[in-house]
Ligand binder design. Structure first.
Ligand code: PMP
Length: 405
């Protein structure tokens, strides 16, 4: 199933193909879009563009149906209900929003906990919240291999902890956190749990009821959808109680001179005109993923990443940043080449028509933990093939030979 046939669904591969076929291995930053998703977005703009707040005419109704249909798709995909799904601009938008939503719940001396493996998007909003409220900002230390131990979480989270915000999958090492246990520890302590699912929602089956998290965030553009669309899941009881943080049209029940009241969730949290085309595209992306099967996708990319780790480990000078437990690894591989800046490796690969990410990956606390300035990262998705792995390994070997001193 996972052959070049899947690549054929993605027009970018044809558009970018040069002397050598294009190999895209920066899926942790942005995934490509199948023609079906591009068509769904185009159709909205070409055939029924209307505001979801305008309504009483045919294309307005169609736009609302498509937008709310996308919300239902997302809800079903996560095992949530539709009124628990807020459309945002992306993971960053979702995490900043939930940090603002929880602000009134935080008092001086309360504790907010994150880990040292977080993307800056799940680090800085909490650090800033702690600063605004004179709260304690605790960063969970990592093991030498870059993993987070459950014991560390359980020993840290206590009665003063009010929020714990943790990534499901590290976007640098591919390490998978046991978010179910982490959320259970938060619940036991009476703290809110927030899961950054930017690197898990596109690649593995997620059920928010099973994880039992209070909030969960991800980006559409990392799961075959358009840019600028994301999701914040929030438990119904929290969304009913918490106040909105963005105000304007589409989110009110009543407005008078002295006060305003809010619509029910999720509209309460979606002020202004949303990214309607983005939501429709995301809904279509989920349908595409479901047709193939998220479990199959996960197996495929994990197998490719394992092959890549093996091939890279045989190249002199390559150092892999691999958590010890192979079973808890997603389809992401980070490495450095001795004596060579990651950007120089990426440059050589780019000349071979291979796109990887090089740098600190918006994870400076993790880079500091490893004592490095950056890595080269190859991240896999459903359209990658064994041939892509072979091309990657050959080109890294080429780089190793070029930079050999
Ligand atoms: N969290 C993680 C784990 C990520 O990998 C990323 C994107 N690299 C983000 C948050 C931010 O996502 P976005 O830029 O789509 O808001």
């Amino acid at each position: 199933m996972f052959t070049n046939n899947i690549k054929k669904d993605f027009p970018l591969f044809k558009a970018q193909s040069g002397e050598k076929p294009f190999v895209f291995l920066d899926n942790a930053a942005a995934s490509q879009m199948p023609q079906a998703v591009i068509n769904a977005v185009t159709e909205f703009y070409a055939a029924y563009k209307a505001n979801v707040h305008s309504g009483i005419y045919a294309i307005g109704t169609r736009a609302v149906e498509a937008y709310e249909g996308a919300r239902k798709k997302v809800a079903d995909f996560l095992g949530a209900s539709e009124d628990e799904i807020i459309f945002t601009s992306g993971t960053t938008g979702s995490l900043n929003m939930v940090a603002r939503m929880l602000e009134p719940e935080i008092s001086a001396g309360d504790e907010i906990v994150v880990s040292a493996m977080e993307h800056h998007s799940n680090f800085i909003p909490w650090q800033e919240l702690a600063k605004r409220k004179n709260a304690i900002f605790t960063v969970l230390p990592l093991e030498a291999d870059g993993t987070l131990s459950l014991q560390t979480v359980r020993e840290t989270v206590g009665p003063r902890t009010k929020i714990i915000a943790i990534t499901h999958v590290s976007h640098v090492t591919g390490s998978v956190n046991d978010v179910r246990e982490i959320c259970a520890a938060a619940k036991k302590a009476g703290a809110y749990s927030v899961v950054d699912a930017a690197q898990s929602a596109p690649h593995m089956s997620i059920n928010v009821r099973e994880i039992d998290c209070d909030f969960l965030a991800f980006s559409g553009q990392k799961m075959l959808g358009p840019t600028g669309i994301g999701v914040l899941y929030g438990k119904k009881e929290h969304l009913a109680r918490l106040d909105p943080v963005v105000f304007g049209g589409g989110m009110i029940r009543d407005v008078s001179m002295d006060k305003s009241t809010w619509a029910d969730p999720p509209q309460k949290f979606e002020a202004g005109t949303p990214h309607i085309a983005g939501a429709i595209g995301l809904g279509c992306a989920i349908s595409y993923i479901e047709q193939i099967g998220i479990g199959e996708i996960e197996k495929h990319e994990r197998a490719l990443a394992a092959k890549a780790r093996h091939a890279l480990s045989e190249i002199p000078g390559v150092r892999l940043y691999v958590p010890r437990n192979e079973k808890e690894l997603a389809g992401i591989v980070s490495f450095t080449l001795e004596g060579t800046h990651p950007h120089d490796v990426a440059e050589v690969l780019s000349r071979e028509n291979i796109a990887v990410r090089a740098g600190h990956h918006c994870a400076l606390p993790l880079m500091k933990h490893f004592g490095i300035s950056g890595t080269v990262r190859a991240s896999f998705y459903l359209y990658n093939t064994e041939d892509d792995v072979r091309r990657l390994a050959e080109s890294v070997l080429k780089a190793a030979n070029i930079f050999k001193t």
